[in-house]
Design a protein around this ligand. Sequence first.
Ligand code: ADP
Ligand code: ZN
Ligand code: ZN
Length: 752
Amino acid sequence: MTGRYVRVALDHPLDALYDYRYTLDACEPEPGMLVRVPFGRREAVGLICEVNAHSDVPANKLRDVGAICAACPPLSAPWLALAGFAADYYQRGLGEVALPALPQALRDPSRWARLLAPEERYRLLPEGRAALPDALPARAQALRRLARALADAGELEAAEARALHPKAIATLDAWCEAGWVEHECIEFGAAAGAAGRVPAAGAAVEAPRLSDEQAQAVEAIGAASGFASFLLHGVTGSGKTEVYLRALAALLERDPGAQALVLVPEINLTPQFEAAFRTRFAATLADEAIVTLHSGLAEGERARNWLAAHTGRARIVLGTRLAVLASLPRLAMLVVDEEHDPAYKQQEGLRYSARDLAVWRAKQLGVPVVLGSATPSLESWWQAEQGRYTRLTLSRRAIADAALPTVRLIDLEEERRRGRASFEGLSGPLVAAMKARLERGEQSLVFLNRRGYAPVLSCDACGWVAGCPRCSAYVVLHKPERALRCHHCGWESRIPHSCPDCGNVDIAPMGRGTQRIEEALASAVPGARVLRIDADSTRRKGSAQALFSDVHAGDVDILVGTQMIAKGHDFQRVSLVGVLNADNALFSHDFRASERLFAQLMQVSGRAGRAGLPGEVLVQTRYPRHALYHALARQDYVGFANAQLGERRDAHLPPFVYQALLRAEGRTLEAALAFLAEAAGALAAVPAAERVTVYDAVPLTIVKVMNVHRAQLLVESQSRAALQATLRAWQPALRALRGVLRWNLEVDPLDI
Ligand code: ADP
Ligand code: ZN
Ligand code: ZN
C-alpha cells in the first residue's frame, strides 16, 4: 500500500497544520475525524483537515498517527469551514478554534470507547407483552418494575434498564432466550436521524392564539427561502418566545429531520426556555430530541448532548454562546434571543461573538436566522435600517391587559432639597411604592448593578482607602462574608477594626451594593420577605434556580439584585421595579456605556407588569433631564437608537467603522506600553496598513490586576476587509516581539 498522510490541526497557538503518517488499519482517514498523535514529548488530540498521498515533510521527521476515533462520524465540511472562518476572522489558528469547540471528553482519547460505545436496546415483542405480566412472581417488585417500564416505553436502552435493576441485563437476556424480547446493538451514530422513541402523546400544551404581529412574524420567517436574517424587535413581554416556538414548529413540520439552534445569553435562562420547548414539542419530538449545551453541564452530559447534535438525533439545541460552534449537520434555522446581550461575546481565548457567528452560519448554509430583542444592538439595528436584515416588530405585550410599565424619574437632588426622608439610598417615593405593593400582595424588584455591601471602605481622619495589594482597585466590603474582596482578582482579607494607617476606629463604608440595600430594605419595608440574587448569593451550583423558583412561587415580596435579575425572566407578580445608582454609567468613557445602560434599564423595566398587573418603574437619579432617561420614560427604543446612531456616525464610531484591540500585559506598565509602541511601528510596515488608523497605546482603566500591568492599542478602519488583511499580515511581526507576559488581539471588541 502506498503511504497515506494526514494533515492535522492541533490546539496550539501557531496557525499551522501538522503532517503525520497514517498506517492504521482501523478505518480510512477522512477530514473531520479525530486522531491521537504524538506532539513533542506528549500526546495530543488533533483533527484531520486533509488526507494526502504524499507529504513534503522528510520521512525521518514524520511520525505516525497513534489512534483514530473511528466511531465518531467525521465533522462535516461546513463545520470545518465554520472553524476556518472563525480562526481567520478572529486571528487565530484553526486548531485553536476547532479543538476547544469540542467537548472536553471528546478530546480525551481514553474516553472515546466509552463515549462512543454502541447502543444496546431491548425491545418488547408481542409474545412478551402477552406473557410477561403472568410470568413474574408478585413478590419480585424490581423485576415487575423493569417489565412495566419495558411495556410502557416499548423498548429500553441498556443503561436505563441497569438503572432500574442491577441484574437487568441478565434478566433481559433471559427474556430474549424466551422469545419475549429482542436485543439490538446499534453502532454509535447509526441511529442518527431516526426519530428515536415515539413521544408520549397528549402531554403537549395547547399553543395560544397568536397576535396579528406575531402571526406576521412567524409567517415571514416561514416564507424565507435560503439565507435571511430577521431582526425581531419586540417590546418586553411581547411574546418573542412564542414566535420562535411557532417558527420552529413550522420548520419541523416541513422537514422532520431538520435541526435548529436556539441561543440564550445566560445559563440561568436555559431552564425556563427548556421547559417551554419541552412542553410545546412533547407531542412531536422525542425527549432526547431537545438538548441543552452550556458550561454548567457536567462533562459527560455535555459530551452526550454535543454528540446528539452531531449525529442529528437532537433536533433542537438550546444553549449559551459556546453552542454556536456545535456540530449540527442538518441545521436549518438559528435563533439568537436577546441578541444585544454582551454575554454573547467570549472574553478570553477565542474572542468571538456568538451572534455574529450565528449570522455567518445561516449565510453559509442558506437558512434563516432570527435575532430577537426589545433593545437590539446598534450593530443589528443599523443592518435593519439599511435593509440587510428584515425587521419584524412586536409593538405590544402579548397578554391581554398587560400594558408596558409607566416609568417615573425620582429626582434625588429635589428630594434632598425638600428635606424628604430617605432610607439608606432608598428614596421616600420608592419605599412608599414598595409598601403599597406589599399590602396588595404584589412583588417589587430593586435593581442595582453593584454587588457586595459597599464599594469602598475608608478612613475619614486620614483619607486611607482599602485597596487591593495586587490591583489598582479598591476592595469591596462584603458584610455577610465578613470580608474585603477584590472583584478583579479575588484577593480577600478580613475587615479591619481600625484604620491601618492612623488607628482611627471610625472607618466607614461608602456607597451601596446589593447587600447593603438588602439590609436597608428589611427596616425600610417592615414585614417584607427580601431576597437578594447576585453572583455572591448564587455561587453554589443550582442555587440560582432555587432562588428564582422562590420568586415565581410567591415566597418573596422584594427581590434585590444585579443584572442577573434583569434578564428575560417572566415574573408574573412583579408590578414595581426600582432602579438605583444607574447614573454612574451616564458619564463613562466607553462609547457603548449608554447603549448598554439603556438596554439594561429597558430590560429590567420589562420585568414589571407582565401578567396584567399595571407595572411601574421608579428610577432614582440626579440627572432627571438626561436624554437617556427620557427615552426610557417613553419606552422609546427607536428614538434612542436613531439618536445614538447619529452620534456614532458623527464621531466615526462602530458600526460605522471596524475596530480591533491589541492588549498587552507586562510586569510593568512601561513594558506593556513599549510592546504596543513597537507593535504599532511594525504595523506601519504592513502593506495595506494605510487604510487603517492606529491610535496611541493607553493603559486600561484598571491598569493593574494581579500585579500585571495592562495597556491597549486601538486599530480601526472604514473597511472590514482592509482591517482583516492588515491584522493577518501583522501577526508574524507581533509573534516576534518580546518583553510582555502576554498579548492578545480582539476583533470587534465590546469594551474599550
Ligand atoms: P418576551 O420574550 O417578548 O419578553 P415572552 O415570550 O416571555 O415575552 O412572553 C410573555 C408572556 O406572554 C408569556 O407569559 C407568554 O406565555 C405569553 N404569550 C406569548 N404569546 C402569547 C399569545 N399569543 N397569547 C397569550 N399569551 C401569550
Ligand atoms: Zn486613617
Ligand atoms: Zn485584586
